[in-house]
Ligand binder design. Sequence first.
Ligand code: F6R
Length: 607
Amino acid sequence: MCGIVGYSGFRQASSVLIAGLKRLEYRGYDSSGISVLNTQGLVTFKKTGKIINLQQIVPKDLQGLSGIGHTRWATHGGVTDRNAHPHNDGKNSISIVHNGIIENYISLKEMLKADGVVFKSETDSEVLAHLVAKFYEDDLEKAVKKALTLVKGTYGIICMHRDKPGILVGARNGSPLVLGIGEKEMFLASDVSAVIGYTKQGIYLVDREVIIVDENNYRSTDLGYQELDKKVEHISWELEELEKGGYPHFMLKEIFEQVDSIPRAYSGRIDEDLATAKLGGLNMTNRELLDVERIKIIAAGTSFHAGWVACYLMESMARIPCSIELASELRYRNPIVEKNTLYLALSQSGETADTLYALREIQRKGGRVLGICNVVGSTIARESDGGVYIHSGPEIAVASTKAFTSQITALYLFTLLLARMRSLSWEEGTTFINNLKKLPEMMQSLLETKDQIAALAKKYAHYQDFLFLGRGINYPGALEGALKLKEISYIHAEGFSAAEIKHGPIALINEETPSFFLVPDDGLKSKVISNMKEIKARKGLVIALAVEGDEEVAEIADDVLYVPRTHDFFYPFLMALPQQLFAYYCALELERDVDQPRNLAKSVTVE
Ligand code: F6R
């Protein structure tokens, strides 16, 4: 989703801003722009399309030591140069970048129009520039605060004024903003990836916080004048993690990284002697954990699928009733929050608006929510009552891959912990841990089949509809396989329980609609095989993901990919990787923009 960056210091601001915007590209965007303050005043450049288009119109020797920049993911108003940010007031004295949505922008626009303001764009954001200008009387902080008191909605903003060189005023409410503190330079950005090339010291803003920054100093207040005491935090991500490291795409790199990211999610968190997990950040006593009678997971997209896999384990192994719900749905249906239900908010980015608002709704009703996040210091991580980081490292490709398996790993550890407090024996706990620790080697062996998967993708990429089918703990994995394929290749793909196809979807089957079956050698295999035969009987093509050496499946399917044999609980990891590679190679075959698929954003900070 939109990215914002601001700079005040001693370097050429335009270069820092453009470099920062490039780091934010992964969030998804359709236009970009910068404003820089120099002797000519505020100079603004904006352009639709990729940042390279912006670079072509920004003079290489553009002077100016402070400025702001933005990557826009269109919400209000089409993808046009005019709608791109920054937005300036009529006198070109104020320039502003904004993430989020100003819900009452229509009434604010009417009010400003009555004052004679002429709007240049169709965006909600432009009202902010005119509002700040309206209230400006030589004090930018005051004008921004006054403007924000009139605003309903969400924002992460950075604002600058022609007469205040080096000064940036940032504010957040619902859209993330971080300050990077350098030596004689300061950075503001919507996420740390834009600043870690310069500094590892950061401050995360909270909602309704305003920060006033120049090249040497910062001061943080609430929307009034109450100063806030902010802790400077160490930013742990490394710059190399944001590079492709020799891979053609971030997505491929991240698929390959799973060999390391899965052990990173469990390392230091296993107690072999007691055959359990130790999770430091839960903020819950053993007694409180024992009192948990029900678990409810809230999430969106891929995280939803990861949470769903974990629900199966939670019920089977810990015998705790577990359900999952789309965060977007939970929030608006007046959910019943029960006393001994523990809620888990699952989010890679930790910024997904749907999940964040659902978390707040549960907390408002007195529920306890643990956050399972990847991004350290993210809003969900900070607002939850405790939680677990999945430590998968930065996930840059829009399509989530390594975070999916790391989320399952973290949730499996949590399940192990609860299960060992209940009926799981030491021996069973030890077996579970041993199986978990075999995963990296198995994932490595799957990566070695990549050429076979690429060849399969070449064969199938030109079909226009796919079904992905699985059962039991592998049913959510089939939904995830379909999501991966559709989001990066734009091939229409639907995921179903293999058992459900006879209730409708089988009507879609003909020679032109391949079905991708997940067929581990578990208790449901014979049922899935029957479903495969049903498809074959209707001339449907079948690709099967089966367990090494499974001749029975090979005989029925048109094409088979194999995964190593493991315990039933661990197939979701092994089934995920070939599906990710299949989607990747199909997208490649169709020459799609793999890392930044059309219309999508990495961190969905609007509802
Ligand atoms: C799909 C994908 C999205 C996200 C969803 C939730 O590949 O990445 O479906 O999973 O937007 O995002 P997080 O996990 O950041 O809350």
